[in-house]
Design a protein around this ligand. Sequence first.
Ligand code: UN1
Length: 542
Amino acid sequence: MTHVLETGFEELNRENPNGSPAIRGYNIVDGELKSSSSGATFESRNPAWVDDCLGEFPLSTEEDVHAALKSARKAFPSWSSTPAPTRGQVIGNMGRLLMDYKEDLVRLQAREIGKTLKECGGEIQEAIDTCLFFQSEGRRLYGQTVNSELQDKELFTYRRALGVCGIINACNFPSAVPFWKMIPAIMCGNTCVWKSPQDSPMLSFALARIMHEAGLPNGVINLVHGNGSGAGQSLVDSADLGMVNKISFTGSTSVGKMIGEICGRNLVSASLELGGKNPLVVMPSADIDNAVEGAYWAAFGTAGQRCTSLGNLILHQDIYDEFMEKFMEMVENTRIGDSMRHEDVLYGSMLSEKYAIDFLKGVEICDSDGAKKMFGEGAITDDNRPTNFLGEASDGSYMWPHVYVDVTEEMSCFHEEIFGPLVTVVKAKSFDHALHLANASPFGLSSACYTNDRLEAYRFKTGIKAGMTGINNSTTGAEAHLPFGGVKDSGNGTRESGIWVIEAYSYWHAVNDELSGKLQLAQMDVEEIHIEEADADYSALA
Ligand code: UN1
């Protein structure tokens, strides 16, 4: 058995078109490199250049997941009793190592999921910010002293770790989101089994290695690769076997509901960050150019593959024509391509072939609903490409930007999350109508309103049912120290990031210390202070 830090990366004998190596990837269990117990593997491929293979990774089985859970359980007593400031130091080291490796990680991430280099830079920075924030939270993991109702008795609260946490994230934010989960988890003293996204195993492997390099003891974070229906399902089902104390999941609402059911019947804590159909309202008083820019970025940045991406663009009828003219000009000139080979592209390929297939189903929904297509032709091909597409379309999975107008709340495309570069545009008659439309989808993740009317901004903030709201800003771009999460079908109310996430990875332990040396009964032995009969006369003063 080889410890993860004993060797470098093992290169496979393959020729990639870009000259980059393909490697053999492993699970990391108790600090050791492991293959799948079945010997099965899967490949990670660059979605922007599918001939480029990043490596082969273990297709983990239930047995592999159980071994990882046992390793996390074994590491728990020692890690949870390590002083929280020391745990914070390890997390700080992770942040510093990420800074050292940032440039390489950015390129690796772009290569594995096709997101632009600029956005990958922002994302690795979000992982760094998370480490730096939680390094010092390790010095703050406060409890309280509480006054007792009895004499010579003290009350205290402590935050305690939950135990073993199962971590499942999506590949669209393959470094920031697992760090949002695992960094607070380990800061609180938990240990983790991380099921990496099937489309970003290489980056996950590199990140888990860096975590060990930062001084993380063996078994505190265990990495298993594989698919959702195999390793992911085994991790969730381990709740039925009493092997896990928490599942934290970012992904679709349907999978989240299934996970919530399994956790619920076992009373296992679940953090569920699910889909969104995020509305962005533009009112007549808004700075229209600013609103166009914000809506364009929210809809098409990351090729629309953020859970916070713009879904329904809700335009007040008075500015509809002016807005759409400016908006469409930007859409039609969108620069699309592989950012590793072309400069200044807004977005690159879809995250993987699977995301491309699902996205095209979403386009079909818009068509069959009868929404009017203003722009977009599905997949970009060598013969059918927008003006500013750069490179060879056949290299990867690239999509046109799509705009559908005349959308109404009766249509399914108004309600469905369509994960990709597509926006559905809805016309509103008034502010109240716009707010109604913004609340009319089943989701409640992010939201935005462009207005320069302070009362409208206030009414939007207080009337919208969403976990996050931007005023005169796009729907995306949450910062690492604000609570992230949604309401309605967007989640179960738990939050990630900032101090709020600590609630999701610890429980409150109330301790009372009776110093009197005798049994004092709460409520019954409490001294009562009586009120004298109220017989003073204030009438003369009135
Ligand atoms: C996600 O898409 O799951 O707020 C996370 C944002 C990013 C995170 C998105 N900072 O858009």
